[in-house]
Design a protein around this ligand. Structure first.
Ligand code: TMP
Ligand code: ASP
Length: 234
């Protein structure tokens, strides 16, 4: 696979063209940002760890019937993926109260929710990724009803698969964010699934093993990502 021109650089990843028009290379950086990139830093080896974690989780999801953009791992920091026309809606699923939900509704963190809560956020940094609903999505023409039904069904299935998987390696899946895109007329799960995009707490101690260690200056950031990778590989 020939690596071509850079086509997009985001906060944590860079996309490159390949010699195949429908495939791109997703390269993971060590850069970390939070709060609309007002907080910036580097997490040593994060790109390597998030690539490996994401590859493993995409393989798992594919094996359970969730269509994803994942093709194969190319190198330490690179993954070959199907080129997507990204749906500008971020899907968040929450199993335990934390972060944005606690802030929005004024509830303490750590409450196990009776059933998973799904949220949509408009993928728009300028507007700070505002919370939106199906009506806003239709109004803005971000996706069709049919596409959103698929996205919602896939998201809840991903939650069940990942909750069960992480539980088996001693981690609670508190919440996570997914992105989807269109490829040859189909909706595929895209982006990454990693401690940058999931909240993961140790089952016994509730220790935070995710990007909240960076967001909240809790220290031992690299160690947390390493621990997640170690457990996923166990
Ligand atoms: P939130 O509680 O801040 O809304 O975050 C919910 C989940 O989404 C959490 O697991 C972290 C992830 N997330 C992202 O992947 N990107 C983001 O920009 C934000 C704000 C959260
Ligand atoms: N990466 C996001 C940003 O910089 C936020 C986050 O993950 O907390 O806006």
């Amino acid at each position: 696979m020939k690596k071509g021109k850079k086509i997009y650089e985001g906060k944590a990843k860079i996309l490159f063209d390949t010699d195949k028009p429908d495939l791109v290379i997703q390269e993971f950086k060590d850069d970390a940002t939070a709060f609309d990139a007002t907080k910036r830093g580097t997490i040593e080896q994060k790109g390597v760890m998030n690539n490996e974690i994401s590859c493993a989780l995409f393989r798992l999801l594919e094996s359970k019937g969730i269509p994803t953009h994942f093709v194969k791992k190319l190198s330490e920091r690179e993954m070959l993926v199907k080129k997507l026309d990204i749906v500008m809606v971020e899907v968040t699923i929450r199993n335990i109260s934390a972060g944005g939900l606690s802030k929005l509704l004024g509830i303490e963190e750590g409450i196990v929710l009776k059933k998973p809560v799904l949220e949509y956020h408009y993928k728009n940094d300028g507007l700070h990724d505002p919370l939106i609903n199906d009506y806003h999505i239709e109004m803005l023409g971000l996706a069709t009803d049919k596409e959103m039904k698929k996205i919602k069904d896939y998201s809840f299935s991903v939650n069940e698969i990942l909750k069960d998987f992480f539980n088996k390696v001693g981690l609670k899946l508190v919440d996570f964010k997914l992105e989807f895109g269109r490829h040859k007329g189909k909706i595929l799960l895209g982006d990454e699934i990693s401690p940058d995009t999931c909240r993961l707490w140790d089952k016994k101690t509730n220790e935070k093993l995710d990007k909240d260690r960076f967001r909240r200056d809790l220290g031992k950031i690299e160690e947390a990502y390493q621990e997640v990778l170690k457990r996923i590989k166990s």
